[in-house]
Write a protein that binds this ligand. Structure first.
Ligand code: NAD
Length: 482
């Protein structure tokens, strides 16, 4: 008997306890060598007033075992609660969210019988940084944070994953036609790192048309790498069009820890009825077994699961009278899988994990030569509702500080002064761009002096963003219409 691996287990909320019980039963019956530390997280803690949904003792377990099998949890709406899923991924540095999605035609009804793809979603950055502010009465803001090391880690992971699993093509999805700096960086790093993988086909699509192609012709994709929010959305779409969101598993991989779960949520509307599909969590658990070095057990379970699906034994979410043979609940489904342990599927390809996966290296890129950073101006954001863009522009022309001049005012990104259009709708949130009068650099003292002038002229500034160039190239976007 091989040595047991200690893992941390959370039963979660809603359908969580039912599908976790079914999954662990299958793992035990298959001979998985596991020691389980059970932690309590989620709704019960939230309702006790623990705003994070997790207590220090649970972190201790996670940091000790470094492997987490987690059932879905319910995040209460509003009330200042933070998403435990997002927190766990970020606190443990689980930067890669791996979501395989394939169809099980002809046993599970799908319009896409040849679909077999893996979505690799960046897990730590993007709008999920959760940095939001109410800035004026009318305007709220959410910061989209993208870092070069973050892009490098996830993109290299995607290429290495494709190689390790014999995939031929890696597709990058971004919206860099609009977000030229943030999504633009992701795309640029994809092109740079992609050069090191001449054996793999590479392509980039803008996320909107990319998602449309995914929904229409998913078989054209192999590995998809994308930013956090897009990855979240397209992986639910992919799981659904493959057959059911109830079937998709997900691995969250970091350099030191890993978390395995279903892609779906806690499905409160069917909780406690014993009808949920445990397959999503089971697929997460199969990935976990491969990760912790028990690939034979993983393959045994996967093949038994495929045999069960082939036998037409289906839970309600995938049951279709024309193709299914028997509609079962969570428990019965688990029993059917257990009964088939040791069997190989007849029609589906037999799964073997013995030789895979090869180790995936995600070295941090060598620091590229530091670029010369120059401060050349400042965007001052104002909360102001006393008139039109022209009124504000004309007034601010007089509120200047030595070396800085007002060049533009925008509202929600659109230039409204000078020469704005009367048709443009304006809120109470204004970005006033001041740049160096002589086209050179400015100092922090000049910016502070400008802010003091703006404040004493009676304006409420919300925040500033410094305007910098890097090796002479602007590190900021221009106003739309500027
Ligand atoms: P959901 O995924 O829970 O449910 C969406 C739909 O799919 C529902 O109709 C549900 O009945 C069905 N479904 C989901 N899993 C199923 C399964 N295993 N078997 C059969 N049917 C299944 O999404 P939601 O309703 O938007 O979210 C419910 C709660 O889950 C929310 O509180 C949300 O915050 C949370 N959530 C948690 C996670 C996680 O823990 N990783 C992920 C997503 C959502």
């Amino acid at each position: 008997m091989s040595q047991k691996t200690t893992i941390t287990v959370a039963y979660g909320d809603g359908i969580g306890p039912e599908i976790m019980e079914a999954t662990l039963q299958i793992l035990d019956a298959a001979g998985a060598q596991l020691e389980k530390e059970v932690i309590e997280i989620g709704e019960k803690l939230y309702l006790k007033g623990v705003k994070t949904g997790i207590e220090p003792s649970a972190w201790e377990s996670l940091r000790r075992t470094k492997v987490f099998l987690k059932a879905p949890i319910t995040t209460p709406q509003g009330g200042g609660y933070t998403s435990l899923n997002v927190t766990t991924r970020k606190m443990l540095g689980l930067y890669a969210n791996v979501r395989p999605c394939q169809s099980y035609h002809p046993f599970v009804v799908t319009k896409h019988p040849k679909m077999d793809l893996v979505i690799i979603r960046e897990n730590e950055e993007d709008l999920y940084a959760g940095i939001e502010h109410q800035q004026t009465e009318q305007v709220v803001q959410c910061l989209k944070i993208i870092s070069r090391p973050g892009c490098e880690k996830i993109i290299r992971y995607a290429f290495e994953y494709a190689r390790a699993y014999g995939r031929k093509k890696v597709t990058c999805l971004t919206k860099d036609n609009i977000m030229k700096l943030t999504d633009g960086l992701f795309h640029k790093v994809f092109d740079q790192i992609g050069q090191e993988y001449p054996d793999l086909e590479k392509e980039h699509w803008i996320i909107d048309i990319g998602s449309a192609l995914l929904a229409d012709e998913p078989e054209r994709f192999g590995v998809i790498v994308t930013l956090n929010l897009y990855g979240d959305i397209i992986s639910d779409i992919a799981a659904q069009i493959a057959g059911s969101v109830g079937m998709g598993g997900s691995a969250n991989i970091g350099d030191q820890c890993a978390m395995f779960e279903a892609i779906h949520g806690s499905a409160p509307s069917i909780a406690g009825q014993g009808i949920a599909n445990p397959s999503g969590l089971l697929h997460g658990a199969i990935m976990m077994l491969v990760h912790i070095g028990q690939p034979e057990v993983a393959a045994k379970i996967h093949n038994a699961w495929l045999s069960t699906i082939e036998a037409g034994i289906h839970t309600g979410d995938v049951f279709k009278p024309d193709v299914s043979k028997q509609k079962v609940g969570t428990k019965e489904f688990a029993e059917a899988v257990i009964k088939r342990l040791g069997r190989k599927p007849h029609l589906f390809k037999t799964i073997s994990y013995q030789s895979a996966p090869k180790p995936i290296h995600t070295h941090q890129e060598a620091q590229q030569a530091k670029r010369k950073k120059d401060l050349v101006g400042v965007d001052v954001f104002l909360d102001w509702d006393k008139g039109s863009a022209d009124d504000l522009g004309k007034a601010l022309e007089k509120v200047t500080s030595e070396g800085l001049k007002l060049t533009m005012i925008s509202n929600r990104g659109v230039k409204v002064y000078p020469d704005g259009l009367p048709e443009t709708f304006c809120t109470d949130h204004w970005r006033c761009r001041y740049v160096s009068q002589n086209g050179g650099v400015v100092s922090h003292e000049q910016i502070l002096a400008l802010l003091a002038k703006i404040q004493s002229a009676g304006y409420d500034f919300i925040k500033i963003e410094n305007l910098c160039t890097f090796d002479g190239k602007p590190g900021y976007s221009v106003g739309q219409g500027e």
